[in-house]
Unconditional design. Structure first.
Length: 309
């Protein structure tokens, strides 16, 4: 009886720990949902690279910063198009809602050069940023709060991207411990897609993971993270401008939408949906070539949608 009681106490003690971390549960591309696997428990083929632990990646020099904890290549490479809407559904370690509400969400892409994405080694990937979301227009509430409330986060792929295989690296950085150096928690994920079309735009700059971040970056070490109305500086590069291949002029993708600062006109929207997300709403348009790295919102197009729990 004592052994059984000890086991129960241990299990209950572990529940808050499991619920406090999480993983990318599924991805939807233009309304078609692809389920991921529970970390370290694969049950079916997926385009989402499997990680082996729900724990966050710690430290900006950690090699797991590319695609997550000991991420394995996925079996599927799924279709997408320039301008496709990609929606990300996050879950806690016990399958409930995402547990955090403080910190940015950032999305990068990298071409799977020389091979297909199911065979590509992400350690050598050349990443370019395509989207990022920080605080809402009130200056205090993070967009991540909507994901914690059961929403999905959506963005659009670049309109003029060259066709081919790409990894989509969607990442949440949880900043609840970022008041101390090294306290930030990174939750990167990688989804394998094959973009069709006849685009001819290539990113003007790329970065590596690890390498793009430093633990001392203001968007990663943030002593003011809990100060209402404090400004936030996104880590990493600016959102990529797209250069027409063979052209020396840095012309940005004209379909990209952007905002120099958060305002009511481009606020993230929440809408009710069925189990599989349906319609989305977007706001804002323009060029992203001139965005500064400190703006509250910088993106192609993004929305957050509520999904049924």
């Amino acid at each position: 009886m004592r052994c059984a009681s000890t086991l129960l106490v241990t299990l209950f003690a572990a529940l808050p720990y499991v619920a406090a971390h999480g993983y990318l549960k599924s991805v939807a591309i233009d309304g078609k949902t692809y389920e991921g696997n529970v970390p370290n428990n694969p049950t079916g083929d997926s385009p989402i690279r499997l990680i082996n632990d729900i724990d966050p990646v710690k430290g900006a020099s950690n090699p797991n910063l590319s695609c997550g904890q000991n991420a394995q290549n996925a079996a599927l490479v799924v279709p997408a198009n320039p301008g496709s809407t990609v929606s990300f559904a996050w879950a806690s370690g016990n399958g409930g809602n995402w547990p955090h509400n403080t910190g940015p969400m950032l999305t990068y892409m990298a071409a799977c050069e020389g091979t297909t994405c199911d065979k590509f080694d992400a350690s050598g990937a050349k990443w370019f940023k395509v989207d990022q979301a920080g605080k809402k227009s009130d200056g205090s509430t993070w967009v991540q709060q909507d994901v914690m409330n059961g929403g999905t986060y959506s963005m659009t792929l670049p309109e003029n991207i060259v066709p081919g295989d790409y990894l989509i690296r969607h990442e949440i950085i949880a900043l609840q411990l970022a008041v101390s150096m090294g306290g930030a928690e990174f939750y990167p994920s990688c989804t394998q897609v094959r973009v069709s079309g006849n685009g001819n735009g290539a990113p003007n700059a790329t970065v590596s993971f690890p390498g793009a971040y430093s633990d001392s970056d203001p968007g990663i070490f943030d002593p003011n993270v809990y100060n209402p109305g404090s400004s936030y500086t996104f880590p990493g590069p600016a959102i990529a401008a797209f250069v027409i291949q063979g052209d020396n002029n840095a012309a940005s993708n004209t379909s990209a939408s952007a905002s120099a600062s958060a305002s009511s006109s481009n606020a993230v929207s929440i809408s009710a949906s069925s189990t599989t997300p349906s319609s989305t709403s977007t706001a804002g348009s323009g060029s992203c070539a001139g965005m500064s790295n400190g703006s509250q919102y910088r993106r192609f197009t993004r929305v957050v949608r509520r999904r049924a729990v």
